[in-house]
Design a protein around this ligand. Sequence first.
Ligand code: SF4
Length: 314
Amino acid sequence: MANIWYIQVNRYCNNQCHFCSNPSNGNNITYEKWVEIINDFVNRKYNGIVFTWWEPTLSPNLPKWIQYSTSVGMECRIISNGMMCSNIDYVKKLKNSWLSLIHFSLYSHIQKVHDFLTDTPGSYSKLLQSIQNALKLWIRVQLNCVINKYNQDHLDKTVRCIAKIFPQIQHFVWNNLDPLMMRKTDVALSTLPDFDIASRSLVEAMSFLERNDKTFRVERLPICFMKWFEWASTETRKIVKDEERIVHFLDDRIITRQLWKYWTHDKLEECKECDLSPICSGVYEREKYYNYVKVVPQKVTKQELENIILKIKS
Ligand code: SF4
């Protein structure tokens, strides 16, 4: 997928994740409206759709949308919390609509941590059942994980555990917590991660995955916290490859076109001394939420910088 389109098909959910970046507003999208939008994006030469936010499997039209999108040449995937797919009959419906890829959101291999973060007891067991169901039906599975205070010290242990249970899973995605739209409760605010602690277990996790020929991406984390794996930063890759994506929100933002400039967040005074600055997005939401983060200016040679760029382009 190069230029991809994220579409919110509904804004309600059967989990209550404390750090949810698109809390429920009850909005929905009709089948007719959706077909109108997809035809527009086919004309714009977009080639991929991600059905997301907040729980696309709660939309009864999802299988029909997937089937339509695939028939007009779009590669489809969904991002799901793994509650509905614990029912294998539902997964069969998705399979029959030609869905080939699901990203499930797993926050920890520790059941009580995952269930606490989703604020939904039993969600961990259902998610594991969902992964098993999807794999059984030959639907490719990738895992998404929000980096937060409660999993920051064991990101590596989680991937080791999952790779052992489900060796078929090849791709992992970490999103650093997005505090912008999340609920502002004390519990939600307590999930903001410590970047230094998260960085240690994340680098361990990425080393493990690389050694085991698996792939991964990291979003919304400054690359000074991803030493040796800067090339895996989603923002850095977008900056280097000059890619865009379109997000169709079910709120006031409606359609947002995210060009490479979107991927540049806040740079600090220290960033002026950093050799990686041209390919780094800086710190997301620094002024309001991540003002405690201490960035670490990097010293690299021109050749090392070029090597990162070449790795991304290759
Ligand atoms: S110091 Fe600034 S420019 Fe350098 S990697 Fe960190 S956030 Fe990016």
